[in-house]
Design a protein around this ligand. Sequence first.
Ligand SMILES: [Fe+2]
Ligand SMILES: [Fe+2]
Length: 150
Amino acid sequence: METIYDILSKEHDQVLDLFEEAISDGSKETFLKIKAELDPHMQGEEKLFYPVLKEKEEARESVLEGYEEHRIAEMLLSELESMDEKEERWHAKIKVLKESIEHHVEEEQNTMFEISRKVLSEEKAEEIAQKYLEFKKNFKGKKEPSVKKI
Ligand SMILES: [Fe+2]
Ligand SMILES: [Fe+2]
C-alpha cells in the first residue's frame, strides 16, 4: 500500500515540474495550476501529517520549520494571486517562490520524511495516506463552485 511519503513525493515532483513551466512561460495560468496543487497539499500536510509527527520529540523541530516554510509560501502565493503577469515584479516573485518551495521540498524529503520513517510505523504512514487522499477529494469538491463563478 502507498504511504504518505509516496504520495507527497509524487506531488512534489509534479509541482517542481510546473515551476519549470511557470518560469519559462511566465504565465499566470501556470501559476494558478501551481497554486491549485500547493493549497490542498500544504493544508493536507498540516491537517493530517504534521500534527501526528509533531508529537514525536525527534521530529518536532523539523515540523515546526515546515509550518514556517508553509507560511512564507502562502504569503507569496497570495501576493502572486493578486498580481498580473505583466507586472515588473512577477518574474522575480515567482522565482523566489520556486526557490523557497525547492528548499522546503528538500527539507521534507531529506529530513522530515527520514525522521518520520523512523518514528512512525509503516501502517501509520499508510493510514495517513488514505486520510490525505480523502481530504484532497473533498477539498477539490469545495473549490469547484468558486472556480465556476469565475
Ligand atoms: Fe510537501
Ligand atoms: Fe510542506
